[in-house]
Write a new protein. Structure first.
Length: 378
């Protein structure tokens, strides 16, 4: 591999791109990762990164298998990356409370049949321990829960991770094994006879045999390069980081679609927003106000917090809410890996593992037909 020639080029240095480079390097395949901005500078660097949360819209069919594989890999990577790079990715177990505010929500939580079978299967697969807590029991876990909550589902076994540290550590470990991280803007592919010959980086040709498009929500911009539509519906999320008086919130406390949890650095993260739209990553006063209005119902004392940082990122949600993973049809040597949406941090390592299998072996341990990048073509 030289500066102008590589076996594999990965476009995008978010979690999936960095992890793909790392897993390829573990198999002796050196890659060049081209990133327009900086490693982990978008969703992979700002995600709340709760792992193990069930999402009924994204956990069916083969998604279930990919998510389960992702959970296993997170635990393994935490140890491996610390040994290889010295970076602590802050992978930790921390329980969660999901608050109930009316009897319907409480009945669903108390009744073993209140959750659908897919959700129960997911929780059993991960080895979680779940139980219903009445209000008094909930307050013993987190005394600051708001007065409207009548109880909560308490889950032990859920985890989280520092998304930025994880992405950075994967890139560092890949580099130690021979990968190259390169800053630049990709403007197109070089094709010949129906196969990839290279790509254009800042107007210069970088020759390669294989290209992986792992550009998150910006992957839709590669549609013309690939000759197939990559349909994304970007989903913006804003998060607030607060400095609270008193002890940390040691669980993840959720009510509705909003959460609060204190991270290892001592800041309490609250959010997020769910905003449809384009690729605008700017923070807004409306986003801040929406978050605070929602989370104060869960924990009113959050109003006493000092706002330290407000962030925004764009989640790479595909048009049909499934990941986009596999070979690009009609163009030999072209691959796509994106579309994790709000589950992207959880599934990202598995997406990268499967991509590395596909590139190195031509087959994968989980079937990818459901995630075919060509499925959006008319």
């Amino acid at each position: 591999m030289t500066e102008d020639n590589a076996e594999v080029v990965i476009v995008g240095a978010g979690l999936v791109g960095a992890a793909t480079s790392y897993f390829l390097a573990r198999q002796g395949i050196k890659s060049v990762v081209v990133e327009r901005d900086a490693i982990g500078s978008h969703a992979s660097g700002f995600s709340y990164a709760a792992l193990g949360t069930y999402d009924e819209a994204g956990m069916t069919g083969t998604h279930f298998d990919v998510a389960s594989h992702g959970m296993r890999l997170h635990a393994e990577l935490a140890d491996a990356l610390l040994e290889e790079t010295g970076v602590n990715v802050e992978f930790r177990k921390r329980p969660s409370l999901v608050l109930a505010f009316d009897e319907d929500e409480a009945d669903a939580a108390r009744n073993p049949q209140g959750f659908d079978l897919d959700r129960r299967a997911w929780e059993d697969k991960q080895g979680y321990s779940m139980r219903w807590l009445d209000r008094d029991e909930t307050l013993r876990v987190e005394p600051r829960v708001g007065p409207e909550a009548i109880g909560a589902t308490y889950t032990e076994g859920t985890t989280d991770v520092n998304a930025y540290r994880l992405t950075l550590a994967l890139a560092m470990a890949a580099e130690k094994r021979g990968a190259v991280m390169r800053q630049g803007t990709v403007t197109g592919l070089v094709r010949e006879g129906g196969r990839v010959q290279g790509l254009l980086v800042d107007g210069n040709e970088l020759s390669c045999d294989k290209v992986v498009v792992a550009m998150g929500p910006w992957s839709q911009g590669a549609s013309d390069w690939l000759g197939i539509p990559i349909q994304m519906q970007p989903w913006k999320g804003q998060i607030l980081r607060l400095r609270l008086p008193g002890p940390p919130i040691r669980t993840s406390v959720a009510g509705g679609d909003h959460f609060a949890s204190t991270k290892p650095d001592g800041l309490t993260w609250v959010g997020p927003t769910f905003e449809d739209g384009g690729l605008d990553e700017s923070i807004t006063d409306d986003g801040r106000d929406e978050i605070m209005s929602a989370v104060l119902r869960n924990i009113p004392s959050l109003a006493e917090g000092q706002l330290v940082l407000q962030t925004a990122c764009i989640r790479p949600l595909s048009a049909d809410r499934k990941i986009v993973l596999g070979k690009a049809p009609g163009l030999e040597g072209a691959y796509v890996a994106t579309g994790g949406g709000r589950l992207g941090l959880m599934m990202g390592p598995a997406m990268a593992w499967l991509m590395s299998e596909l590139i190195s072996n031509g087959t994968t341990s989980v079937p990818l037909s459901e995630f075919n990048p060509g499925r959006f073509a008319p």
